[in-house]
Design a protein around this ligand. Sequence first.
Ligand code: G3I
Length: 364
Amino acid sequence: MNRLQKISFASKIVFSMSLVCLSCAKYKSTSIDPGILIQPQKTEEISLQKNMPFPMGAAVNVSLLKSNTNYRNLVIKEFNSLTAENAMKFASVHPSKDTYTWSDADYLVDFAVANGKRVHGHTLNWYKSLPDWVNNFQGTTAEWENLLKTHIQTVVGHFKGKVVSWDVVNEAINDDGTIRNSIWVQKLGVDYIGRAFQYAHEADPNALLFYNDYGHEFGPTKRTAILNLVTGLKNKGIPIDGIGIQMHTRVTQTDANLTAAISTAAATGLKIHISEIDMALNPDNVQSMTYTTTLGEQQAGKYKTIVQAYNAIPKSQQFGITQWNVTDADSWIPSNYSRPDWPLPFDAQYQRKAAYQGILDGVK
Ligand code: G3I
């Protein structure tokens, strides 16, 4: 071994000796509280479903679930409750009088079961998403009643034991607090609402049944009408279990309105599902608007306010919070209003936004 080799060999010995001493030093200083040696939770271990004290859901698009790996993986990681954005609507499952098409809805339910997630059914009765054969149906009152009952009981029966809850009636109240003059009211009268709940309950007595609507946070007018409707149903012994507060809201909405929407609904004693939350940052349709850090922080603050108010209601009434769609890229808002907007806690690149942290901060 020449001189250089001897020096290098010796330095390796010294280096490894120092390593041994260092490791001894670490263990020797038992005075260090072992707690501070615990690694902080790595960001990849944090998720909405793990870190929130109530179910966290998303309304999912079945074609994206099938075709988009990033979308699918985000849904698997973050949420423990799924709502069908469109796959269980009347037009989707019952396209003609004697035909039911279950494939997309079954795919969603199978995906949820395979991934240990709850499924919330949306929606058995609505004035929208009706197939032409219903809008053009010519029948007696009895035939309309049979149409309503048969649809509800066929759909609830098909998913019995797999779909744990339903939006039985969706958006039956106008923004001014009056009953929406839908085809259902025209053909069957306003009491069809109670009968819809009874039909659903008969088909699956174990399913939790919700009345779902938007605008609770607009102010007292619509909110009071909704709460009067649901308490009326409850007092008549109609099998209603909960209220779906859609919460399609905006960053400019006041904290007072947001919190009142939740607290007044909870005062009914029914379960509360924030069923379709998203938060527009561009409600005035400014075509040149861009997403900024400031906007993101404002959005985070409002999400935090909503979650804090929700977390304050009795635990037994916390059915969960569901966001409508998964990321800003698949949100219904930009396309529906033809404007740039960023309403959800995940951006178009499937990354967590400040709003995500705002949600987590709401339960700290
Ligand atoms: O599937 C058809 C397709 O075959 C056809 O080529 C295409 C063009 O017309 O339409 C497709 O159906 C569309 C459907 O979404 C599926 O993409 C309907 O036109 C379209 O109206 C429908 O919009 C949905 C809307 O409800 C009405 O059902 C939105 O995606 C959905 O996000 C929105 O969700 C509602 C909730 O159900 C209730 N609360 C409000 C919320 C937002 O409006």
